[in-house]
Design a protein around this ligand. Sequence first.
Ligand code: MG
Length: 248
Amino acid sequence: MVKTHLIILTLLVPFLALAQGKAPAKPQDTEIYQPVPPVVKPAKEHQAPSDAVVLFDGKNLDAWVSTKDNKPAPWKINKDGSFTVKPGSGNIMTQQKFGDVQLHIEWRSPKKIKGDGQNRGNSGIFLQRKYEVQVLDNNNNDTYVNGQVGSIYKQSVPLAKASVETGEWNAYDIIYRAPEFDSNGKKLKPATITVLHNGILVQDHYEIKGTTEYIGPPKNIAHGKDAIELQDHGSGVSYRNIWVRELN
Ligand code: MG
């Protein structure tokens, strides 16, 4: 009996809508067909998606230069398709400048443990040369939590420590939105960053306060597109499979 009433009611709804002068709602009313998103072929293992800018494919450091003198990056390329920081040689940066990006980068702490705290397997990835996602061998090696692996250095403590064993490969997947400034250099919108460390969310759309500073508070200096920079902190950290997708 209840079922019969329901069927009658369902059949009546369109007529009631018509009686009120409204066309009855259809499923199609809320379907969208334009614009069509682009087709992107996902990355095969240790490769990049079809629309990515490959920053290191295992062969050469052509996409990178030394931050000291803009000359070819002096870090060491390894037979296994990775490269390693050459301690004391200084940071390297991409030749290409970027704004909003999705960045994939894999890194490995030296297997041979040396130093402690911030001096063990320290490196870092600077977005737009200013905002560091910390790279550190934090395994059995505590330090200040806003400087541990996966932190936005001296600004944001990661939500988890998701490192693999020392000497094995880690992956960071970073979604970064650049800050916006007006013509007077006043910040209109902070940069935001989301970081997955080995697939684990460690930074969740964090609003970056300003530049990464070792001493003192972050600074805000207006800037446009800029390079991705890797840090030489005196540790033989290795990198491989680096690619970026420009957003916008
Ligand atoms: Mg660092």
